[in-house]
Design a protein. Structure first.
Length: 1015
């Protein structure tokens, strides 16, 4: 009704001035023609019988057209608009035009003349039909090369096609009638009206051939128009001879590569691309087009299927390097476990032959875990954009490939999509290509997803989805061109769904007929896409058979020659498969440039200066919350007293690194303020909406930028993203903080598959920092444990071997480990370990169990003295009190880590045992400080040894620490346990039980007879 009213208002008589304006105006473009509510609702045109709510749109179309050219509309409408403009009273604007007899009408209009209402209805029907094609045409597209389509639309009616025109109130007699085309279609090309028959034919061509376009859910009119134009305009799908020949050559390479591997290594797994060979020209098209649009760096992620082919024919890894991977006698030259050939990454800079521009292509190494690499690719892409100042993604982009089953099934796909438009995480559009072979291992789509297409997940971010029959390489090339252009134009994600099949089993050894007999009978009959395309081009005269055969022979020869060369390769260098080189960071043979760790301390002035920034508001006229003023004031007091609490310790580390030129990025849920409201890195003006200030960016004029960003509520996606970000450069401190440490388990795949073994599998270092709030504080089973036992269990140091204690033992140990696990008991040590992460000459992941109650604990503060030049991170903090004065008299050393230290010291005081019990804090759990534990145990010859932890016995650190302590003391004494008993849950939900447990294990720790008689 609203639309009718605005339309009616526009039909009011125009003044002479308005008329002049209107006639001289261009016809407004669709984007501008939004229907603003106009307040002239009084125009009483509702009395015109045919101007009902649905017809108003159509009438308005005609009216605008009539304003431009009165002859462009039917004569009856011409009369009507003239009358209406002349101010005809309601109900009187329509007159049967004189002279419009049946005989005088064009043939197409016969029948319509006496009934204008019918004419309007028919036009509306045609509009609905056009819209139906745009919305649902893809249901009728011929997407499946096998013709057995597995897409299930729940029998929803698809009312397109000649046979369904009755649904719209049209019939066969209307087919030759000419209808005006609405502005929401481009099928007319230069024509503004077409006979219905032609309208349908063109819509069928646009929407129901080998391309199915899904886009009408996008809630942006410009974007919809853009897509409509790309697919509806007559003649868009035409290619030059040159383009066709290039496409054929690419198909030859893609197909013959797989055939070559099959011939040479028929019993090796390679997860070939047969049935979806057009993936290669698809990717090449996206890259060519993007390169032409200015992209210089493309970062890709993909699963197993067709990976070797992508390496060979898209990234252009030397073929001999690929072929030699099939040689089982090849010896590994690098340290570490390495990985199978279809997981390795690659980095290559070359000239794009089509655009003649430089392009860097990298394929990220990935684990078997499907889709896990998606956020990692995004993070790496974001970092590359960040470091080259590419704020809109014009120079760096990502391409993600997916399997159909994995794309629909893996939640991380959704998590990654939801990062796509967040300011601190967007990569300004990713092109997704789904290798949709309509099967996942042995499972049919019907059993693998509840949505019609595997791509429906992309709809949540309004990404257009282009389904395309992979057996039509030209259609594939076309949609890939459009996808690349879409990204360049709108900087948003887009999906290409390449519908093909899988000629072999899941891998080349697998028998698919066990489970998909009919599908595979059909596949066996299916002619290969290369052959089909070659025949098409030969028939068209685009190539001769001889040229085609020569192209094949040429590529086969390339393969054969590379194969011969590959036999000379005796050693496998995983280094050659590095996806993220760090030029200049290592020596030429990949070693650290030095093996010393400089002091991580700062001068008094630097500490005071950063402290001052942390306790003030560095911009004018900025009103902060009263509570925050008090926090800043108390920070100021601490700085005056040369002390830091946890938040200030972190501030000192970040601020100083930024000042020294290291980018710092802290990401995670609510990190800007801090889950525990201790951080406050982003200040909010209490009077101006969205006005914020980040004091950390005011430390020094030439400092590196500080990024602190609240993330989406995702762990898997966001941790993967930050890991990728940290991959791009060694000169950044990238930290991910879990809201509570236990939530890291929803990102377990990133931890287990990438962070822990990344260097061993892919010779690639990474300095990511995980901040995991941890501690038993009576908060129940959740929110208590960051699961230290899991991280420690995955450390690669040997519990049973006492390492050689050389001078550079500490740094050598760090160099050899797979990650560093720490639990700092004071902010000074936290400050040092963060700075060490950047100042050490290599990069290792750092896992930090961070405190909760210690954030505000009056004793958990550090003096500037422990942060001055010459000071450093303490891997172990020995007993420094009374007990250390008279070591002979000490009866027990309690080793512990983290917050329980404060509970132990308090209890010791209560028991008056300061001279008989020493307490040592293991701050760096892994790599284990064998040297310092040894020194501490040797210092107290008469003491028994206790490991005390607040966690349950089967959790926490005990299982990791005990064998290493035993090795340190050559098993000369037992290592007793004081802590909670084994349990299934990390903590009790009952506060009282919590306190009883605490008292019990503290009593044990200070009962010198507790372990008497035990062996
Ligand atoms: C997270 C995860 N779960 C299970 C597997 C085991 N797996 C390997 S391939 C595969 C089927 C994948 O199907 P699809 O995504 O369609 O790719 P296709 O193999 O068909 O190319 C499965 C289930 C895996 N690799 N990763
Ligand atoms: Mg599949």
């Amino acid at each position: 009704m609203h639309r009718l009213r605005t339309c009616a208002a526009r039909l009011r008589p125009l003044t002479a001035n308005q008329k002049a304006q209107n006639f001289s105006q261009q016809r407004p473009v669709a984007a501008q023609r939004t229907f603003q509510p106009i307040r002239c609702y009084t125009a009483p045109v509702a009395a015109e019988p045919f101007l009902n709510g649905t017809s108003s749109n159509y009438v308005e179309e005609m009216y605008l057209s009539w304003l431009e050219n009165p002859k462009s509309v039917h004569k009856s409408w011409d009369v009507f608009f003239r009358n209406a403009n002349a101010g005809a009273p309601p109900g009187a604007a329509y007159q049967s035009p004189l002279g419009m007899t049946v005989a005088s009408l064009p043939q197409a209009m016969v029948g319509a003349q006496p009934n204008v209402e019918k004419l309007v209805e028919d036009h509306l029907a045609v509009q609905s039909l056009i819209r139906a094609y745009q919305v649902m045409g893809h249901h009728n597209a011929s997407l499946d090369p096998l013709g057995i389509s597995c897409v299930n639309f729940d029998d929803s009616p698809v009312n397109t096609g000649f046979q369904h025109i009755g649904f719209y109130g049209l019939d066969e007699s209307d087919l030759d009638k000419v209808f005006r085309l609405p502005t929401t279609t481009f099928i007319g090309g230069a024509e503004s009206a077409l006979p219905l028959k032609e309208i349908i034919r063109r819509l069928e061509m646009a929407y129901c051939q080998h391309i199915g376009v899904e886009f009408m859910f996008i809630n942006d009119l410009d974007q919809c128009q853009w897509i409509r134009e790309k697919f509806e305009k007559p003649g868009v799908m035409q290619f030059t001879l040159e383009e066709k020949r290039t496409l054929l050559a690419r198909m030859v390479r893609s197909t013959r590569f797989e055939e070559f591997l099959q011939r040479k290594w028929s019993s090796e797994k390679r997860f070939g691309l047969e049935g979806c060979e057009s993936l290669i020209p698809a990717l090449k098209t996206i890259i060519d087009k993007s390169s032409a649009n200015g992209v210089e760096n493309v970062i890709m992620g993909m699963p197993h299927r067709g990976r070797l082919n992508v390496l060979a024919n898209v990234i252009r890894k030397e073929l001999e390097q690929i072929f030699c991977q099939f040689d089982s006698k090849l010896e590994a030259a690098d340290e570490g476990s390495g990985d199978v050939k279809y997981h390795l990454g690659m980095y290559h800079r070359r000239i794009n032959r089509v655009t003649d521009r430089n392009i860097t292509l990298s394929l990220m190494a990935n684990p078997s875990h499907l889709e896990a690499v998606d956020p990692v690719v995004q993070g790496k892409t974001k970092a590359e954009q960040f470091y080259c100042g590419d704020t809109d993604g014009n120079r760096v982009m990502s391409i993600l490939m997916h399997g159909d089953a994995a794309f629909a099934g893996q939640g991380v796909v959704y998590e990654t999509f939801h990062l796509s438009d967040l300011p601190s995480y967007t990569t300004h559009g990713t092109v997704h290509v789904v290798v949709n072979n309509q099967i996942g291992f042995t499972t049919d789509p019907r059993m693998a997803r509840s949505s019609p297409y595997p791509t429906d997940v992309a709809r949540v971010v309004n990404a257009p989805i282009f389904h395309v029959n992979a057996d039509d390489p030209e259609a594939v090339m076309y949609v890939c061109n459009v996808a690349a252009e879409w990204r360049a134009t709108f900087h948003k994600d887009v999906v290409v769904d390449l519908v093909g099949y899988r000629r072999m089993g899941h891998n080349e050894m697998d028998e698919p007929m066990f489970t998909q007999p009919l599908m595979y009978k059909q596949i066996k009959k299916q002619k290969g896409v290369l052959l089909k395309y070659a025949e098409k081009l030969i028939a068209e005269g685009a190539v001769t058979r001889q040229e085609y055969e020569e192209e094949i022979a040429k590529y086969d020869k390339i393969c054969e020659e590379a194969h011969a060369r590959s036999k000379d390769e005796k050693i496998l260098h995983i280094k050659h498969w590095l996806d993220s080189p760090w030029p200049g960071f290592f020596t030429l043979d990949g070693q650290p440039k030095s093996m010393s760790s400089p002091s991580t301390g700062l001068t008094e002035e630097e500490l005071a200066h950063i402290g001052q920034v942390a306790s003030s508001v560095p911009v004018e006229d900025f009103t902060i919350h009263g509570g925050l003023s008090r926090i800043l004031k108390s920070r100021g007091e601490m700085i005056k007293n040369r002390t830091v609490d946890w938040a200030l310790g972190e501030y000192m580390a970040f601020g100083s690194l930024l000042k020294e030129g290291t980018h710092v990025r802290l990401s995670g849920q609510d990190v800007e303020r801090g889950t525990f409201s201790h951080r406050h890195h982003v200040l909010h003006d209490q009077n101006v909406d969205k006005r914020t200030c980040i004091p950390m960016n005011h430390v020094s004029p030439n400092q590196a930028p500080y990024t602190v960003c609240n993330s989406s509520l995702s762990e898997y996606g966001v941790l993967g993203f930050e890991l990728g970000f940290a991959m791009a450069s060694p000169n950044a401190l990238v930290l991910w903080e879990a809201q509570f440490g236990d939530f890291h388990n929803t990102a377990q795949c990133i931890i287990d598959q990438f962070i822990c073994p990344g260097q061993a599998k892919w010779v690639r270092q990474n300095g990511i920092v995980l901040l995991l709030p941890h501690g038993m504080e009576g908060m129940g089973p959740e929110h208590s444990s960051a699961r230290p036992e899991r991280f420690l269990q995955m450390c690669n140091d040997d519990p049973d071997v006492m390492p050689k204690l050389s001078e550079d033992f500490a740094i050598q140990q760090l160099m050899d480990c797979n990650w560093i696990v720490v639990n700092c008991s004071n902010p000074g040590n936290y400050f040092h370990v963060l700075r060490r992460q950047i100042l050490q000459p290599f990069r290792k992941p750092l896992i930090v169990f961070t405190p909760k109650s210690l954030l505000r604990h009056p004793e958990a503060k550090s003096n500037f003295d422990v942060m001055l030049p010459g000071t450093q991170f303490l891997r172990l903090i020995p007993e420094e009190g009374t007990a250390s004065q008279n070591p002979e008299g000490v009866k027990r050393i309690v080793f512990c880590t983290g917050k329980v230290y404060y509970e132990l010291t308090k209890e010791r005081k209560t028991h008056g045992m300061e001279d008989t019990v020493a307490i040592a804090r293991v701050e760096q759990l892994s790599p284990f400080p064998f040297d310092l534990v040894k020194a501490e145990t040797e210092k107290y010859p008469n003491a028994d040894l206790v490991w005390c932890q607040e966690e349950h016995k089967n959790q926490g650190y005990y299982d990791y620490v005990k064998p290493r302590m035993r090795t340190t003391i050559q098993r000369s004494k037992p290592v007793w346990y004081a802590g909670r008993e084994p349990a299934a849950a990390p903590a009790t939900g009952n506060k009282k039980a919590h306190l009883v447990e605490l008292k019990r294990f503290l009593d044990t720790a200070f009962d010198l007879d507790a372990f008497k008689g035990q062996v």
